[in-house]
Design a protein around this ligand. Structure first.
Ligand SMILES: C[S@@+](CC[C@H](N)C(=O)[O-])C[C@H]1O[C@@H](n2cnc3c(N)ncnc32)[C@H](O)[C@@H]1O
Length: 195
């Protein structure tokens, strides 16, 4: 039967599914690592013309790439692009009048096609995650795609996993999705929802 999928969802596809179940028109969301703008574009589609997406990246080239993608799709007007580290996200969100969020996406590691030395850092990622968890509304979700194939990747994945496992189960629920047989070290997904 043509419609039966050949393999399991990729971590990035599952992240979109988990966010799509919760993020609806008019909501506010953050893309903590804009990169080439695939996740920002997805979030912009979900929140619709009345919603807001704030996207961060430390690299000018990533901000330009994301802007180009959003312009092409005609959704730039509902997105604020911030050329800054996500560790400053809560202050930046306040400055842009955004208080509470329904969804946050992190896609860690380096910019595909870019400088592989500019990667997300464990302590910064965990600090940003901790701050953002404080402003996600009940029913909202945070997704993180973790990579272990580049230098520093497994240390970051371990740090993030350790932090998420330490969260209060009375306030949060979390899942970990990892393909255990597949090609290369596959990316992993962590998703946290607020009760
Ligand atoms: C794997 S890419 C993101 C891919 C992106 N989500 C997409 O859909 O194309 C990771 C990005 O994180 C960015 N980054 C690294 N450290 C950061 C930080 N502290 N704050 C914000 N972005 C950061 C990198 O510049 C890179 O563009």
């Amino acid at each position: 039967v043509a419609d039966i999928p050949k393999g399991f969802l990729r971590a990035t596809e599952l992240a979109h599914e988990l966010v799509a179940e919760r993020l609806v028109a008019g909501d506010a969301a953050v893309d903590a690592t804009a990169g080439n703008g695939h996740d920002t574009l997805f979030l912009a589609g979900q929140v619709g013309p009345g919603g807001r997406v704030i996207a961060f990246d430390i690299q000018d080239v990533a901000i330009s790439s994301t802007r180009g993608r959003l312009e092409e799709e005609g959704v730039l007007d509902r997105v604020t692009l911030i050329h800054d580290s996500h560790e400053n996200c809560v202050r930046c969100l306040g400055e842009h009048g955004v208080g509470r969020l329904k969804a946050v996406m992190f896609n860690l590691g380096y910019l595909p096609g870019g400088d592989r030395s500019l990667v997300t850092r464990p302590e910064i990622t965990v600090s940003a995650l901790q701050s953002l968890l404080g402003i996600v509304v009940p029913g909202g979700v945070i997704t993180l795609i973790l990579y272990i194939g580049h230098p520093g990747g497994s240390k970051e994945a371990e740090a993030v996993l350790r932090f998420v496992q330490s969260l209060d189960p009375g306030r949060f629920e979390a899942v970990h999705y990892l393909k255990i047989i597949g090609s290369k070290p596959p990316p992993e997904l962590l998703a946290i929802t607020v009760r």
